[in-house]
Every structure is written in C-alpha cells, then in structure tokens.
Ligand binder design. Sequence first.
Ligand code: A2P
Length: 273
Amino acid sequence: MGILTDTYTLNTGATIPKIGFGTWQIPNGEEAYNATAFALQSGYRHIDTARVYGNEESVGKAIRDSGIARAEIFLTTKLPAEVKNYEEALEKFETSIKTLGVDYVDLYLIHAPWPWSDRGGDYTEGNIQAWKALEEIYKSGRAKAIGVSNFNSTQLQSILDNGTVVPAADQIRFFIGFTQDETTQFSQDQGILIEAYSPLATGRILNNPDVKKIADKYDKTVAQVSIRYTLQRGTVSLPKSTHEEYILQNADVDFEIDAEDMAFLDGLTDTEE
Ligand code: A2P
C-alpha cells in the first residue's frame, strides 16, 4: 500500500502523508485505541485528532505503544474552537501535548474560526490572538507546523495580513459535490495545503448513485472513489472508520480516475448541503 507513504510537502518543507486516519467521533478508550492501533499496523502514518474529540489520550497511547518511531508518524491535533485568546491557547496546547503523551505534534490547527455555539460569528481579533500563540508554539518546535480548520478565504486573509507565519494547512469539509472551490483555490494559490475532512460526507456519499456508477467502472467501492477523488484534487484525505475492513479498504486507493470521470465528479452537487 504505497499510497500510505505518499506525501505532500508543506510550506515548512516538512512532508505530510496524503492519507490520514481521521478520529472524529471515535470515543476515547478501547475504540479510539484499537482503531488507531489498527490503522498504524496497517501502514497509516498520519493520524488526525483534536482536543474536542476527547480521544487524545487513547490516540496518543496507541501511537506510543505502536513501536513505530515517533518521527515516522505525522500527528495533528487542534485548538478548541472556542479559545480565542493568546494565554488560553498556550494552555490548551500544553493540555493536548500532555494528554497525547508526546513531545511535539506535527501540525496544530485552530479548529474553527468561531466557537461551535456561534457558527458564523466574527472572531477576527480572537483568531489573530490565537494565531500569535500558535506562532509561539511553532517557534518553540513543539508544533512542527501550524494551520487552521474551517477557515474561508477572508478568514485566511486576515491571518496572512496580521500574522508572521503563513498557515501550512486549512482543514475543511471537502467531498465530491462539496469542494468549497473559492477557499480551496485561494489556499492552493497561497501554498496552504487543503486537508479534506469527511471525504465520505460522513457516510452519506455511500448511497450516491452517480458516484456508484464511477466506482463500478473502476471496480472500486464508492468510498475508494471518494477518497481517490480528494487526492486527485490535491488535498490530504482524512477518512474515518472504526471497522478494520474499512480502514484497510480506504487505504487501497492506488488507482487513477481519468480526466473525464474527474470532470463528471467535479460537476456533481450535493443536494443536502
Ligand atoms: P464506521 O466509522 O462505522 O466504520 P467520513 O470519513 O466522511 O467522516 O465518513 C465516516 C463514515 O463513513 C463513518 O460512518 C464510517 O463508518 C463510514 N465509512 C468509512 N469508511 C467506509 C467504507 N470504506 N465503506 C463504508 N463506510 C465507511
């Protein structure tokens, strides 16, 4: 499964495996531990978690117990979305590192531009303050790269205008039919890597007949076509699963969707968004 060791290069110069194991909604304890351990055993070398997922403890333990050198694993966690000030951002990072039981993370992201309880609210100043903390952490070497999540182009521009470090990544919801083209284009133009979370639309895409048609043509599953699509769009793909069969299947995406089929998939729109 060569694809699991294929990488992009971040604007820091560090490499990042193109496929990461997403751990959103995997409960702390046995479930997160086993899923992460299995992903690592299966060759995944990129694990994506967040303080708010509540599973940093089990994810970190699975990484430490894996016997794989820390340097060979790319680990991301995220600053809770409601933290919009410098001091608390520094504190929350400490909590994450301690809970994960690691000396550093490879990528630390501001989880969202606004608290989840106030989606769409304007936290421009708070994001600038939080970003200052991330820059500090980056300069200390304890986050090898820093970035954001769920930011649109305006919110990214404000970080570019007010910060001294260009975000390395923007992790956004991205799947066939929902590709946030403006944000994606803006980021890619700025050398900010787009990371696709929910590449399967949290499972909803699995019943999409248009994608199924393409999957049948390539003798692949809808999940595999969906993940492959995100990779061919130049994004990191972060599929989440707790089933061993799926964890393996989602990494078996070493095939090529041709230009015509990519164009067809690009043209689909997700009616539920
Ligand atoms: P589960 O976690 O029960 O294994 P996304 O990555 O877009 O957030 O989607 C995750 C959802 O898709 C989860 O419900 C997950 O199920 C399911 N899933 C992940 N991989 C596959 C797959 N290869 N086939 C079918 N369902 C999958």
